[in-house]
Design a protein around this ligand. Sequence first.
Ligand code: NAD
Ligand code: LMR
Length: 329
Amino acid sequence: MSKPVRIAVTGAAGQIGYALLFRLASGEVFGPDQPVHLNLIELPHAMDALGGVVMELDDCAFPTLEGVTTADSDHLEDGFRDADYVMCVGSVPRKQGMERADLLKVNGGIFGPTGRAIDAAAAENVKVIVVGNPCNTNCLIAMSHAPRVPRENWFAMTRLDQNRAKSQLAQKAGVGVGDVNSLAIWGNHSPTMYPDFDHARIKGTPVPQAISDHDWLKGEFLTTVQQRGAAIIKARGASSAASAANAALDTLKDITRPTPEGEVFSAAICSTGQYGIEEGIMCSMPLRTDGTTWQVVEGWEHDEFAQAKIQASVDELKSERDTVRDLLG
Ligand SMILES: NC(=O)c1ccc[n+]([C@@H]2O[C@H](COP(=O)([O-])OP(=O)(O)OC[C@H]3O[C@@H](n4cnc5c(N)ncnc54)[C@H](O)[C@@H]3O)[C@@H](O)[C@H]2O)c1
Ligand SMILES: O=C(O)C[C@H](O)C(=O)O
């Protein structure tokens, strides 16, 4: 049996964790012939609950699950040891009436210790996906405490927003979601995010030609995607979990498999100045990869409307970064 891929998941006993772990263990991401080892991390008081999740993982009898290691948040290095991938879910979700940025006060302090422990214990080429909100800025915090880990190995999750935008466009156009391609999310995982409909395609046709209702594109479409998280909290009484876990798995697939022709994937990455976006902020952009090395898709042109929307989200990211200066390494 080949060497297992080791995936660490923080917050493993939470809602998203419960929707995520069994799919990871089943071989969905790395295939039926690639064993996986799960490193599961939780708060001390949640370790018993995590033990129950581990029992259920055992009881699924997944041939691809080589083993499980558990650690509490007082022993983070044990939890991240030799991890090839880290999925940082562990954090507090918002309640109705809150913005994700309001979570910085309660969640921001998690990600400095997380970054230091990843730096100390994870595998040499570890790749980190931050889900915990506000995910862009939490990722920036963790990354700033992990100088050993290349900047290009850090991702904050905006794939849920991409999935949401594709679904809305497909429904509006009366097509299957698989007919919608090249939809990228720019900026912050917040109400300022910009789903870039200009560069998306429906059955190969640019969206502004496939959907003639441009007022809808510039209005209800944007606000539906931007406010979807809050809408789900209002409807469910809890924040998204299964769709978030699905997007986390999509992100793991996105960064480990070649991007199909005509497609892009969205994740917030550490800007190196692409599109004039200030270096060093974690900004969602259109990406493509050969399965090993990713690039930002260059050369997309934006009209004034799009430029203003993207700039507003970039400005918000800069403001959040300034807010957490004391938490940065
Ligand atoms: N980026 C996205 O698109 C997206 C989508 C959905 C949810 N989220 C965010 O994901 C996070 C988790 O959401 P959830 O619904 O799973 O919440 P949850 O409360 O159900 O689970 C969170 C788990 O994290 C654990 N935890 C808290 N602090 C921890 C720490 N320091 N170390 C390890 N574990 C810790 C808790 O014990 C809990 O079990 C929230 O911040 C939420 O806002 C992001
Ligand atoms: O909106 C939230 O707080 C949860 C998550 O970020 C989402 O987009 O569903």
